[in-house]
Design a protein around this ligand. Structure first.
Ligand code: ADP
Ligand code: MG
Length: 508
């Protein structure tokens, strides 16, 4: 017999059961542990040119076409700092509530690798341009401000390509020298869900600020996850493992989930966690070791003698601050308090730059803010989904859409007619005024519709139980409501308008 079974002559059943109980009790209690995560997110800045020369920084060009002598580090070449990259880094710093460093310098991080033409990477070692700060996130566990350690500027390396030639690894230097910011959190995240929410928020922010395109598949946003575990209540941090180059938000979550379980299983098996750099295998959602701490590089950082320190002035900071768009968190606050939108609507609009802009214009032309949000997130969003197009391609301009919204609010036509017949026509003929189209299509309600609306309200207010039953699915009750409206209006209510209004009021 193997494992916990002991050879016993008598009472073997009792012993067997006892051992089963012990085995059951030793099932791992994962809840004893807590997870500690710190994330390092690299974001490629949306500059036209590289961090220290005029080579194009764009993605997807033919290999090795954006490679001047400076990118290739020919002897005698000198780097020159890209002002726009500094501005974008500060922009992100403002959005994350960081303190901005005024006296900055660059350091050389020395290591040898084929994709690094200079033999060192220029980075900010001791003076990151942004210090501290936080990013607010929302999870099922509640609201949290994820504390940042720093945001610093650095240049990207080239790209080694292992799969286009059988015998050789090829190198593309187009990416070498492209400007990045690295956003580093404190070890302040405590679950895969929080990490997911944080990277989602970062991607939203960089896109909102035009700092980075946020495209994780193309590698313009990449994440390294540092993960450790400890017993709940423990104060000191556990030994961390770093999972490199996660290229989707889902993979960040999956890598953390896998690592946490792997580490707890190790500790429970009496083994020690070793500090490692690991990589994620998206084919089977596991991680594997790349190198251990003993093999870690000593980068021999020192200030780059070719790059003088750069000073950020008050005037520069003011200019960048003045050009900042309102942040999503500020917009949500404004939509909720000044415009009375629901939390949900406010969030959905604030998540899409195009929607923010369109809604902004819409609310210049109409003060019916809630209706404007309903139109935008209802029929307009359906159009976007159906056509798979962004709001910037929506043919109807905000002024005309606002006019249609006001027509409904003023009782000229019903919401359902406006968002179906009229809106389709407006999309077909976006240069015509909605009133003109409504007349053409004979959609306007006769003068009585305001009165009918009052009768309908009166009837529905009188029969709350029936309304509740209808809403639960007893749709046949519509006949009863129709009859009542006919009665209270003494037969004056137009049945077509009555049906339309009843449907609208009962179903919205
Ligand atoms: P390194 O020098 O290995 O890059 P840093 O101290 O610069 O380490 O931290 C890198 C990231 O790892 C930061 O986001 C930090 O918050 C996080 N981190 C550091 N120690 C731990 C730990 N024990 N557990 C989880 N995350 C950690
Ligand atoms: Mg690191």
């Amino acid at each position: 017999m193997s494992g916990p079974f002991l050879p016993v002559k008598n009472g073997s059943l009792t012993v067997f059961l006892c051992l089963k109980v012990i085995e059951f009790m030793s099932i791992i209690d994962y809840d004893k542990y807590e997870t500690v995560i710190g994330l390092e997110v690299h974001a490629q800045l949306l500059t036209k040119t590289k961090l220290f020369c005029g080579d194009s920084a764009s993605f997807g060009a033919e290999a090795n076409t954006h490679i001047s002598e400076i990118t290739l580090a020919y002897p005698g070449t000198l780097p020159k700092l890209n002002r726009k990259a500094v501005e974008l880094a500060i922009r992100m710093g403002f959005a994350c509530h960081c303190e901005i460093e005024r006296t900055n310098y660059f350091a050389r991080k020395n290591y040898f690798y084929p994709d690094l033409p200079k033999g060192y990477q220029v980075s900010q070692h001791t003076t990151p341009i942004c210090k501290g700060g936080f990013v607010p996130i929302k999870t099922t566990a509640g609201d949290k401000k994820v504390q940042l350690n720093r945001i610093h500027l650095e240049e990207d390396a080239g790209k080694s390509i292992h799969d286009i030639d059988d015998k050789f690894t090829c190198v593309d230097y187009n990416r070498a020298g492209v400007p990045l910011i690295e956003i580093v959190t404190e070890p302040d995240l405590s679950s895969a869900e929080e990490a997911f929410a944080y990277v989602t928020e970062i991607r939203k922010l960089v896109r909102h600020l035009d700092v980075c395109d946020g495209n994780m598949e193309e590698g313009s946003l990449r994440c390294d996850a540092n993960i450790s575990i400890r017993l709940k209540g423990e104060k000191t941090l556990g030994t961390k493992v770093e999972v490199k180059n996660l290229n989707s938000i889902r993979n960040v979550k999956k890598a953390i989930e896998f690592e946490v379980k792997r580490m707890i299983d190790l500790v429970e098996a009496g083994e020690k966690i070793i500090q490692q750099t690991r990589s994620f295998n998206a084919d089977n959602d596991t991680t594997f070791a790349l190198r251990t701490k003993e093999e870690a590089n000593d980068y021999r950082y020192f200030p780059d003698p070719d790059l003088p320190p750069f000073i950020v002035t008050d005037e520069q900071l003011q200019k960048i601050m003045d050009a900042m768009p309102a942040l999503p968190e500020q917009l949500i606050e404004k939509y909720r308090s000044a415009m009375q939108l629901s939390e949900y609507d406010a969030r959905v609009i604030s998540e899409d730059k195009g929607l923010i802009e369109y809604f902004g214009s819409l609310t210049i032309h109409t003060t019916h803010y809630k209706s404007a949000a309903n139109w935008l997130l209802g029929p307009v969003k359906s159009w976007m989904n159906e056509m798979a197009k962004p709001i910037s391609s929506f043919p109807v301009n905000p002024a005309r859409l606002a006019a249609a919204i006001d027509m409904v609010e003023n009782g000229k036509l019903s919401f359902s007619t406006a968002t179906s017949a009229l809106l389709s026509k407006m999309i077909e003929e976006p240069t015509k005024e909605p009133m003109e189209l409504a007349i053409e299509l004979n959609l306007l309600q006769d003068a009585g519709s305001d009165e009918v609306s009052k009768w309908v309200d009166e009837v529905l207010a009188k029969m709350p139980e029936k309304v509740a039953e209808y809403k639960k699915g007893k749709k046949g009750l519509i006949g009863l409501f129709m009859g009542e409206v006919k009665k209270v209006s003494k037969g004056k209510a137009d049945p077509r308008i009555t049906t339309e209004l009843l449907n609208e009021k009962l179903n919205h």
